[in-house]
Design a protein around this ligand. Structure first.
Ligand code: 3PG
Length: 396
């Protein structure tokens, strides 16, 4: 494939634009989880040692929400500087004046541009914005796997203007996800949780072909329980997907919870474990102890594991035991090729575990949320497709 990351010498004296996904949470100006930033360090270092400068582009915030002008990448620049142990120049001016900074920065500088969604045209995949960006670079690297499901100017339109390549992080993600899809060793156990069945439906439909068991938790399980005819009280549920949920229940591969932790839906205080219907005023917040054991027994036997989504309402510690049990079973199984991904799942996996415990060469933690789900479900990612169709890279 012609769009693969070039040899380091290719970057000599070039102005290199790298699209990264630094969409990370922060509190009081401090980064809470820097996994995504850490994963781009090898790419930045490899390019920076050769390049005239590395211009890093990222967004922050949610695509689903209107752009938040206060959501800055400034704390990320500070954090990145600490990780790289070098100055990271931060640029938040109009793109037309970037040339001024360019004349002042030293050779091999690392520059981070302010949240690209603050610049008009990013979400609209605007050619004009891509042209403004392209003026300041000789080539483009997409190392933002987590954002590659979006058709945005700094990911897609830019590839029409600059020789464009996939970065090492993107290549690594694709290699792991492809291996999972191509020929998973059996038993292949898929664990799906999280709030909405809607977002997991394409995955379930795809995994039904290759997985041996699909264990469900969270809101995904609630919807299936209701489709089975169980009264689920005030539990989170995708009622509009009831018909699809009923069809899924015919599949023998889906493993359902056999007990659940319920609590008063308002105060979330009076907690009980039950295996029967949920009274009104109560809601399911986690899988129960029997389910924890049952799911762990499937996970222990697995030779391939895919996990996305939490088993309960982990924002409250008392409802985190189901997810914790899955986490422990996943980490204990060192024989299985394992892929874990998703906004809630991966921080949970890392938070409760000292680094040493997740040093398992067979475990791959994806930097993607929506992008990973889309890729695994067989959808084409615009950011990756744009690289394949990028004529300038082919002429290299
Ligand atoms: C993510 O956090 O999953 C990515 O950064 C994508 O963010 P977006 O949904 O705002 O495009």
């Amino acid at each position: 494939m012609r769009f693969l990351f070039p040899a380091q010498s290719y970057f000599r004296n070039k102005r290199v634009m790298v699209r990264v996904d630094f969409n990370v949470d922060s509190a009081h100006g401090k980064i809470i989880d820097d996994f995504r930033i850490q994963q781009t360090l090898p790419t930045i270092r490899a390019i920076q040692s050769q390049a005239k400068y590395v211009l890093l582009i990222s967004h922050r915030g949610s695509f689903e929400k209107p752009c938040d002008d206060t959501l800055t990448l400034r704390p990320v620049a500070r954090h990145l500087a600490r990780l790289l142990r070098r100055t990271v120049f931060f640029f938040d001016g109009p793109l037309g004046s970037f040339g001024l900074l360019n004349t002042r920065i030293p050779k091999h500088a690392v520059v981070l541009l302010e949240n690209i969604r603050h610049y008009r045209g990013e979400r609209e995949n605007s050619k004009q914005l891509a042209q403004q960006l392209a003026q300041h670079a000789d080539c483009f690297i997409n190392d933002a796997f987590g954002e590659s499901h979006r058709k945005e100017a700094s990911l897609v339109a830019i590839t029409k203007l600059l020789p464009s390549f996939a970065g090492p992080l993107v290549q690594n993600e694709i290699a792991h996800l492809e291996a999972l899809k191509a020929n998973p060793a059996q038993p292949f156990v898929v664990i799906l949780g999280g709030v909405k069945l809607k977002t997991k439906l394409p995955l379930i439909k795809d995994f039904v072909k290759s997985a041996k068991y699909i264990l469900v938790g969270g809101g995904v399980a609630n919807t299936l329980l209701q489709a089975q005819g169980l009264r689920i009280g005030n539990s989170v549920c995708d009622t509009e997907f009831m018909e699809q949920a009923k069809k899924l229940l015919r599949c023998q591969k889906i493993v359902m919870p056999i007990d659940w932790v319920i609590a008063d839906a308002k105060k979330q205080k009076v907690i009980k474990t039950i295996a029967t219907y949920v009274p009104n005023g109560y809601a399911i917040y986690d899988i129960g102890p029997k389910t924890r054991k049952l799911y762990a027994s499937y996970i222990h036997k697995a030779r391939t594991i895919f996990w996305n989504g939490t088993m309960g309402y982990i924002e409250k510690r008392m409802f985190g035991r189901g997810t914790q049990a899955v986490q422990q079973a996943v980490l204990l199984n060192k024989m299985a090729r394992t892929v874990v991904g998703g906004g809630d799942t991966t921080p949970f996996l890392r938070k409760g575990n000292p680094k040493s415990k997740i040093q398992n060469p067979k475990l791959f933690i994806s930097t993607g949320g929506g992008a990973m789900l889309a890729y695994v479900a067989g959808k084409k990612l615009p950011g990756i497709e744009a690289l394949k169709n990028n004529k300038t890279a082919k002429q290299k």
